[in-house]
Write a protein of this length. Structure first.
Length: 139
């Protein structure tokens, strides 16, 4: 009859631990994949909806700016038939607003973070701590 410290029991225990660790590693990889997939899916949905909204806004803005250019022509004290000055004024305002928007976009991109599997990383750290604690406890 084999005792608890026999080579067969030790080998069986090592095999069980090895199988459990490999199962944990596979589950952590699956969790990381699921997390990243979820984040990327949400990001893509946002990009598609944002692009559609952007197209409508750009077309509407085009008509609005055209109207502002004609309004500036009527308001500015320029000689008759010099309607192009209204378009120059609106274009100048657009360049200023575009510069501000570009600055803000660069700032927001610098502050953003890439999609990382934070839950999987946290869980892997907990498993590592548990295994280290059990190893120290057995010694």
């Amino acid at each position: 009859m084999a005792t608890e410290t026999s080579p067969q029991n030790v080998a069986q225990a090592v095999q069980d631990i090895s199988e459990r660790v490999s199962l944990l590693v596979r589950e952590e990889i699956e969790l990381a994949k699921a997390e990243v997939t979820t984040k990327v899916t949400k990001l893509l949905k946002g990009i598609v909806v944002g692009a559609a909204a952007g197209i409508f806004v750009v077309i509407g803005l085009l008509f609005l700016l055209h109207g502002f250019a004609w309004l500036a022509y009527y308001v500015l004290p320029v000689p008759n038939q010099s309607y192009f000055w209204g378009f120059f004024v609106v274009a100048g305002l657009l360049f200023v607003l575009g510069g501000i928007a570009g600055y803000l976009a660069a700032k927001f991109f610098k502050e953003s973070s890439p999609p990382t599997p934070t839950m999987a990383i946290d869980e892997a750290g907990k498993i590592r701590k548990t295994l280290m604690f059990r190893r120290k406890k057995k010694k």
